[in-house]
Design a binder for this molecule. Structure first.
Ligand code: NAD
Ligand code: TYD
Length: 343
């Protein structure tokens, strides 16, 4: 349970709260702040899913509003009565951004601006911009600190860098109490099965191949979604952090092949399912973060052991086939999969 201060009776706005991380976060807020109200504003794109919020349906401190963060009127209506905004709303898949980046630029940059403008107008007490480690681009040397240059290499990462910097500018220019977070790759339950973990786990469960881009030696720092959310909660209410950027990572650096092998072992799948396919353009070989700042400022550390987190995650997808089969059997997903992988 979080250490509650002014947030005890706050009204939280969670944008993008029907997606993977935002839904975990909204559920945590309702549980950790028994006097608070939580509003989710989400456009329900292909990645937004009300099934992720099912357990909050009967909760009277929770409200869901369908809407686009680019719609200033809707954002104004929803934000007027709120104290805090945590912005998860974004187009998030690198491969899709390589196909058509327009929705990424619109939501991740312009949409963030619309939210910040409303936060400024209504005097919000805190605005957390959920950015990403991908804004740094490929990191081959020492783990990077928050002061390292931003060198995004794909349109998703570049759009997130735009949102990240617009957020900072609203702190510097207008004093909006912004905090910016750059987290590494998340894994956990309720993740849309286009991302590595849910794609590979559900493919093994269906007896399908695991499409590994290129050599599969690219590494990421994998963090459990609940560890990411605990860091966000701590930063949301910390004092003296306005205008700062915080890296969030766990130091669990593993390659795509490592992940594929671990998933196959947990599910008794054959290594023959691994299939090397054409590499993604501008595929960053590695991300690695220095997390000294968040450790020092809010005494945060990731707590979930990777192998335990992975085994719990695999169990969740095994036991909740209804959740992902509904998505994977839908036309939107099938068309995407065909275009991406069945060439
Ligand atoms: P997701 O794709 O699962 O969810 C995104 C949500 O945003 C969906 O519910 C979608 O409907 C909603 N959305 C999209 N466009 C919108 C718009 N215009 N208006 C309102 N809602 C809109 O993404 P996720 O993995 O949960 O990521 C959440 C945030 O965290 C994103 O900002 C992402 O950049 C950031 N992030 C993700 C990771 C990761 O590993 N997944 C790591 C670091 C940062
Ligand atoms: P992804 O989950 O798309 O996250 P990101 O690109 O934002 O880090 O991909 C994670 C890693 O897995 C990345 O190195 C690309 C690789 N990958 C594959 O090899 N095959 C796939 O089908 C996917 C989706 C990803």
């Amino acid at each position: 349970m979080a250490d509650v201060g002014w947030t005890e009776k706050a009204k939280f706005l969670v944008t993008g709260g029907a997606g993977f991380i935002g839904s975990h976060f909204a559920k945590r807020l309702v549980k950790d702040y028994p006097g608070a109200r939580v509003v989710v504003l989400d456009k329900l794109t292909y990645a937004g899913n009300l099934d992720n919020l099912r357990e909050l349906e009967k909760e009277d401190r929770f409200t869901f509003v369908r809407g686009d963060i680019c719609d200033a009127e809707k954002v104004g209506e929803v934000m007027e009565s709120c104290d805090v905004c945590v912005n998860f709303a974004a187009e998030t898949h690198v491969d899709r951004s390589l196909g058509d980046a327009s929705s990424f630029v619109l939501t991740d940059v312009y949409g963030t601006h619309v939210l910040l403008e409303a936060a400024r107008r209504f005097g919000l007490k805190r605005f957390v911009q959920v950015s990403t480690d991908e804004v740094y681009g490929e990191i081959l040397g020492d783990p990077v600190s928050e002061d390292s240059p931003l060198m995004p290499t794909n349109p998703y990462a570049a759009s997130k860098a735009g949102g990240d910097r617009i957020a900072f500018s609203y702190y510097a220019s207008f004093g909006v109490p912004v905090v910016i977070t750059r987290c590494s790759n998340n894994y956990g339950s309720h993740q849309y099965p286009e991302k590595l973990f849910p794609l590979f786990i559900t493919n093994v469960l269906e007896g399908k191949k695991l499409p590994v881009y290129g050599s599969g030696r690219n590494t990421r720092d994998w963090i459990h979604v609940e560890d990411h959310c605990s860091a966000l909660e701590a930063l949301m209410e910390a004092e003296g952090v306005e205008g700062l950027v915080f890296n969030i990572g766990s130091g669990n650096e593993l390659s795509v092949l490592d992940i594929a092998e671990k998933i196959l072992r947990l599910l008794d799948g054959s290594e023959g399912l691994i299939e090397h396919v054409t590499d993604r353009p501008a595929h960053d070989r590695r991300y690695a973060l220095n997390t000294d700042r968040i450790r020092a400022k809010v005494d945060w550390a990731s707590r979930i052991d990777f192998d335990q987190g992975l085994s719990d995650t695999v169990r969740w997808y095994r036991e909740n086939r209804w959740w992902w089969e509904k998505i994977k059997s839908g036309e939107t997903y099938r068309k995407y999969y065909e275009k991406m992988y069945d060439r």
